[in-house]
Structure formats: structure tokens, C-alpha cells
Ligand binder design. Structure first.
Ligand code: ZN
Length: 316
């Protein structure tokens, strides 16, 4: 028997009996079969099934690896890399972090900021050394945790709910590309709301499955990343989730500095032929970089950024 099916039949994988976001009991529609790929590279020969809820439209991996099994899909070196490419990525990531800081500061000038899933601490670096801010992070990944600590972030290596922060403890809470990774996005949003001050701001970023990149790259879409990305939102589904968690959007944008090469990779990933890839690399690069600002304006960008206030009504 193929290794895939063996693993799938084991207790290491779990199937949903209802929608993992809205709880609908109706059977979800098959959405896409996709290989275990991260960015431009295939990680293993495994494939994953994604389904779409007929009620709320959320796309999710099903069956999915159980909590312990999931960890094995985050290979060492997730934050690694070196050389010119890494240097360029770091420079862009600093630029992107500065833009994200400005967005937070549009709503909050200072206080305690918590970045959930802070990774290597890249975003929080933009707040370091600023007197107005006290910087906190949560990162379960050991590599990310260490890198954040090195940068001076007050970092916790635990789930948010297990950190036991008091209610309304933070003035700003951020979730950059975290919701798609978490087994229960609604639970996380509700807990993030709980620790957020009444006048605080919550900012999140997620991939947009309704963007152009998915249409071009399909099962090799740059942001599909199965099984690490367990959920895929669009403008409508993220707004429904936020509403259910008691959060009210006050800002929505589609940044283009965050992952500058995402569309390019989605296009290139879709060509198997090596010569075709070589021939199309430059036009694909020009097209993807050129299209990003326009797609942002059309709300078809590859990633969505939403800032929210706490809704006055209780989330229940
Ligand atoms: Zn649903």
C-alpha cells in the first residue's frame, strides 16, 4: 500500500464531522487535491485533500494531521536560509514590518503589544527600542522562539490560552499569518479578543484564496502550503469569523510588500517543463510584480490585512 494511504488510515489523521469554522453538518464539497509543498518547493510526496463548506465557504484540509503529527510537517530550517536571497528577504521583511507598525500606530500610539505566532520576531523588531511600546510574543516553534528571544522579545513558548494573560491585558494584538495555521481559528480569535483592551486594536494578515495567485497556481498556489495551512479564508469568510468572535473590522487592505514574489512563484510552480519555466521566468516576474499594486486596489491581492476593534456586543 502507498505510504500516503497508510498514514491516512492511521489514527494520526483526523476527519471533521462538521465544518471546522461554522459547525455546519452538511457535507463539504471537494475543493482541491494538493501536494505537500512550501513556497516554490515540494516537501514530500504526500498529497492532501482540501474541502469547502457549502454553508460558510471556508476551505480547509480534511482529513488533517492530528496535533502531534502536525508538528512533523514543520521542518527544521523553516526560518532558515542564507546568501543574497535571504539578505533581500530580510530587507523586504524590515520594510514590510515598518509598514505594519505604522498601521498599528494609526490606532494605538503605544502600550503593550502581543504578536501571536511571532516567528523569528521580525515584525516585533519594528517596535523594539521604542519607549511607547512593551513588546510580547508567542511562538511555539523552538527555532522561532530562540530567534525572537535573541532579538529581545519577551516571548512565550505556549498556546495563547495556556499563557493565562489577564482580560484586556494588551493594547494591540497582532496575528500575522497565524489563523491559517491554527487548528481552531475561532477559538484563537475569541481568546485574542479576551486579552485585548476595550479600546485596543487587533490586526491580522491571512492569505486570500480568492486572489489571482490561486487561479493561476491552483494546487501549487504559493500560499496553499498544505498541511501547514489548515484553513483558507477570503474577504467574506474572514469577516464572518471576526463577527462570530466579537470583532469589528475598521480597516482592510491588500499589501504587496509582504510576499513580493508570491504570484511569481504560483505561476512558475504551475509549469512542470524546465525549459518553459526558464523561458517564462522574466515575463512572469515582470507580470507578477507589476500586477500586485493593481490587484491590491481591486481587493484581489494575495494576502488580506484587517484591523479590528472589539465589538461592543459580547462575543458570547
Ligand atoms: Zn462552514
Amino acid at each position: 500500500m502507498h505510504q500516503n494511504s497508510l498514514r491516512r488510515e492511521s489514527a494520526l489523521f483526523e476527519s471533521a464531522d462538521k465544518c471546522r469554522l461554522c459547525g455546519a453538518r452538511e457535507h463539504p464539497r471537494p475543493f482541491i487535491e494538493a501536494p505537500d509543498a512550501h513556497g516554490a518547493s515540494l516537501v514530500s510526496d504526500e498529497t492532501f485533500t482540501l474541502v469547502r463548506c457549502v454553508e460558510c465557504g471556508i476551505v480547509y484540509v480534511d482529513p488533517r494531521p492530528g496535533p502531534n503529527e502536525l508538528k512533523s510537517y514543520y521542518k527544521k530550517g523553516y526560518y532558515g536560509g542564507s546568501g543574497v536571497k535571504k539578505a533581500l528577504e530580510n530587507a523586504l521583511s524590515r520594510l514590510s514590518a515598518a509598514g505594519k507598525r505604522r498601521l498599528v500606530e494609526r490606532y494605538k500610539k503605544g502600550g503593550k503589544i502581543l504578536d501571536i505566532g511571532c516567528g523569528d520576531g521580525g515584525f516585533l523588531s519594528a517596535f523594539m527600542g521604542k519607549k511607547a511600546w512593551k513588546v510580547y510574543g508567542i511562538e511555539p516553534n523552538i527555532e522561532g522562539y530562540r530567534l525572537s528571544k535573541e532579538k529581545g522579545v519577551n516571548v512565550f513558548r505556549n498556546e495563547l490560552s495556556k499563557c493565562r494573560f489577564p482580560e484586556r491585558h494588551f493594547d494591540a494584538v497582532t496575528l500575522w499569518h497565524v489563523l491559517e495555521h491554527t487548528p481552531d481559528p475561532l477559538k484563537l480569535l475569541k481568546e485574542a479578543r479576551r486579552v485585548l483592551d476595550t479600546k485596543g486594536i487587533l490586526v491580522l494578515g491571512i492569505p486570500n484564496i480568492k486572489g489571482l495567485g490561486f487561479r493561476l497556481g491552483k494546487e501549487r498556489w504559493f500560499h496553499l502550503d498544505p498541511p501547514r495551512h489548515l484553513f483558507h479564508f477570503d474577504r467574506k469568510t474572514i469577516r464572518a469569523a471576526l463577527k462570530a468572535a466579537g470583532l469589528k473590522p475598521v480597516h482592510e487592505s491588500y499589501p504587496f510588500l509582504e510576499y513580493p514574489l508570491d504570484i511569481y512563484h504560483s505561476v512558475m510552480n504551475s509549469f512542470a517543463n524546465r525549459y518553459l519555466r526558464m523561458g517564462l521566468a522574466v515575463p512572469a516576474l515582470a507580470l507578477s510584480l507589476g500586477a500586485k499594486p493593481l490587484l491590491s486596489l481591486l481587493r484581489s491581492g494575495e494576502t488580506i490585512v484587517i484591523a479590528c476593534r472589539k465589538d461592543k456586543k459580547d462575543a458570547g
